[in-house]
Design a protein around this ligand. Structure first.
Ligand code: HEM
Length: 117
C-alpha cells in the first residue's frame, strides 16, 4: 500500500533544499529535480509545499514530463486532504446545487442558420 501524506506534512517541505509538491493528489519530492527542471528552479520553489496541480496543468507539460513525475513519487495525499472538486459522473447532488454550474434549461430553438433552405 502506498504511503499517505497529509497536506500539513507536505507544507513542512517547502524549502528549496527540501521541496515537496502535490500533483493530482500524489506527493512528489522534487528537491534534486528542481535544478534540472527545464522550466527553471523558480517555478518549482514558488509552489513548494503546496498543491501544484493547476500550475502543472496550466503549463501543458508533455507526456514525457508526466512520465518523469513517477521518478519523484513518494506517496499519496491523505484522503482527508483530497478536495473532491469534481464529483464522479452520476454522483447525487447533496443539498445546494446552485453552484454546480449545471443549467437545467433545455437548449433554445435552433438558430436561423441551422434551418435548411
Ligand atoms: C515534478 C514536477 C514537474 C516535472 C517532472 C516537470 C517537468 C518538465 C519538463 C520535462 C519540461 C520540459 C517541457 C515538457 O516536456 O513539457 C518542463 C517545462 C516547464 N515546466 Fe515543469 N515540471 C514539473 C513541475 C512544474 C511546475 C509545478 C511548474 C509551475 C509551477 C512547472 C513549470 C514549467 C514551465 C514554465 C516550463 C517551461 C515551458 C516552456 O518553456 O515551454 N513545472 N517541466
Amino acid at each position: 500500500m502506498s504511503k499517505e501524506i497529509s497536506l500539513a506534512t507536505v507544507k513542512e517541505h517547502s524549502k528549496p533544499n527540501d521541496l515537496w509538491i502535490v500533483i493530482d493528489n500524489k506527493v512528489y519530492d522534487v528537491t534534486k529535480f528542481r535544478l534540472e527542471h527545464p522550466g527553471g528552479e523558480d517555478s518549482l520553489t514558488s509552489v513548494a509545499g503546496t498543491d501544484a496541480t493547476t500550475d502543472f496543468n496550466d503549463v501543458g507539460h508533455s507526456a514525457e514530463a508526466r512520465e518523469l513525475l513517477k521518478k519523484f513519487y513518494i506517496g499519496d495525499l491523505a484522503a482527508s486532504d483530497i478536495k473532491n472538486k469534481k464529483p464522479p459522473v452520476g454522483a447525487t447532488p447533496t443539498t445546494d446545487t446552485s453552484e454546480c454550474g449545471v443549467d437545467a434549461t433545455p437548449p433554445a430553438a435552433p438558430k436561423q442558420c441551422c434551418i435548411l433552405h
